[in-house]
Design a protein. Structure first.
Length: 141
């Protein structure tokens, strides 16, 4: 609570390297997840209000026939696990800046790979088909 209070009071000038590493991992994961989510929203697919939305996005992407999209789903899932460890596991060793850099690089590469689909409806069609097949059409807007 001390750190939270200092943040709110504007008194925290710098944070520990471990905190920076944990935050970097978390922000990298969310950058990737939000890139995919924003793409899907353009095609009227929203996981926003669903329980376990992060898992459902990965499941939908895994259910495609495109190996590149499946690989991105695996990266999202792997980074989600690391993010959860960095955010919630007090025993997670976040002291090594290089490990954080690796996770950030993974996210950057996955974002770059996903953006190749940005002007294509291919991924959206596959996700839509998954939602119909799994009786989750409530996620279609």
């Amino acid at each position: 609570m001390e750190v939270a209070n200092r943040l709110l009071a504007g008194k925290l000038r710098s944070s520990s390297p471990e905190a920076e590493n944990r935050t970097a991992i978390s922000r990298a994961y969310y950058a990737l997840f939000n890139t995919v989510s924003q793409y899907l929203l353009r095609y009227k697919i929203s996981f926003k209000s669903t329980f376990n939305s992060h898992v459902k996005v990965v499941e939908a992407l895994r259910d495609t026939t495109n190996d590149a999209v499946i690989s991105i789903a695996e990266e999202i899932d792997g980074l989600r696990t690391v993010r959860q460890d960095a955010d919630y596991d007090l025993d997670y060793d976040a002291s090594d800046r290089n490990n954080a850099k690796i996770e950030v690089s993974r996210a950057q590469l996955a974002i770059s790979n996903f953006k190749k689909f940005d002007s294509s409806e291919e991924v959206a069609k596959a996700v839509r088909a998954h939602l119909v097949k799994t009786n989750q059409t409530n996620l279609l807007k």
